[in-house]
Design a protein around this ligand. Structure first.
Ligand code: CP
Length: 321
């Protein structure tokens, strides 16, 4: 496997290999050791057709820590605005010698299209496509859960309960997480108003609830999601007051969680809507830690996919080159 398009494609062993490798690489994510030579002479292109703060920056940091040559490409300011297609953009990047492309695109399926084409010869890594998937976000979420719930290297999240709350309908983070967390043995409950749940949710490997207060006392982690207004018709916007009253996480609801449970958010947060400032700034909220963990996880994905090994046959190293 040269690509990472969907967590649905990741078996348990591959997922654990990425998480364990990220754990080893996390020592290189700090300031003590700045760079590894793994991707020296390789070119990685960050191809972003949609805005990003965390994903784009952390891929760039991860690539540079592995000594790759990095090209940042934003659709804004490129010839995409003149009508250039994904195919011609990809062929142009291939001509420049891209060894890997990290792509974020507003269209669900764009990374799969690239991965299945002969336009590019290198690896394709999905950095979020429409409402479909965001696999490295789910991996950094699983990494964060493992650190807090303490199952240790080589171990999964068996029996852990994760509540994912909010706009499931438009959330690629929810889709990638439900695949990965269930592969790792966790039990996922989606909590949302019926209007923000996808059709066919009953076939997904998760429980569904409309009642946040009843789910919180049993959760090991609660993952709050932003309401993605940019993907909605304005007529369907929930009002902020009504939404936060029923589905927002405030101090009173935080107190309903077990003491060991953590509060997660992929970012960007809308304080006052799905999460209050009090909860966002509380020591139980891992949002900033998730960003830091994202660098280690993305280093691991690049190390395994672009650094020469494949996910299936990479050795389980205890020492890095
Ligand atoms: N979590 C996440 O994907 O954030 P960005 O949109 O800022 O990359």
């Amino acid at each position: 496997k040269r690509h990472l398009v969907s967590t649905a494609d990741l078996g348990r062993d591959d997922a654990l290999l990425i998480l364990d490798t990220a754990e080893e690489l996390s020592q290189f994510s700090g300031r003590a050791v700045k760079k590894l030579p793994t991707l020296r002479g390789r070119t990685v292109v960050n191809l972003f057709f949609e805005d990003s703060t965390r994903t784009k920056t952390s891929f760039e940091v991860a690539e540079k820590r592995l000594s790759a040559d990095v090209i940042n490409f934003s659709a804004k300011g490129s010839s995409v605005s003149k009508g250039e297609s994904l195919k011609d953009t990809a062929l142009t990047l291939q001509a420049m010698g891209a060894d890997a492309v990290v792509i974020r695109h507003h269209a669900s399926g764009a990374p799969a299209r690239l991965a299945g084409s002969d336009w590019l010869h290198g690896s394709v890594i999905n950095a979020g496509d429409g409402t479909h998937e965001h696999p490295t976000q789910a991996l950094l979420d699983a990494f964060t859960l493992r650190r807090h719930l303490n199952p240790g290297a080589g171990r999964d999240l068996a029996g852990r309960k994760v509540a994912i709350v909010g706009d499931i309908l438009h959330s690629r983070v929810a889709r990638s997480n439900v695949h990965l967390l269930t592969t790792l043995g966790a039990e996922v409950t989606f909590v949302a108003p019926p209007t923000l749940l996808p059709i066919g949710i009953d076939t997904w490997p998760c429980e569904v609830s409309y009642d946040l207060d009843s789910v919180l006392p049993k959760a090991d982690a609660v993952m709050m999601l932003r309401v993605q207004r940019e993907r909605m018709n304005a007529a369907f916007f929930p009002t902020e007051r009504e939404y936060s009253r029923r589905y927002g996480l405030d101090g009173a609801r935080l107190a309903r969680l077990p003491e060991h449970a953590i509060v997660m958010h992929p970012g960007p947060m809308v304080r006052g809507m799905e999460i209050t400032a009090e909860v966002a700034d509380s020591p139980r909220c891992t949002v900033v830690e998730q960003v830091a963990n994202g660098v280690s996880v993305r280093m691991a994905v690049l190390y395994l996919l672009v650094g020469g090994a494949t996910l299936a046959d990479a050795p389980r190293t205890t020492e890095l080159p």
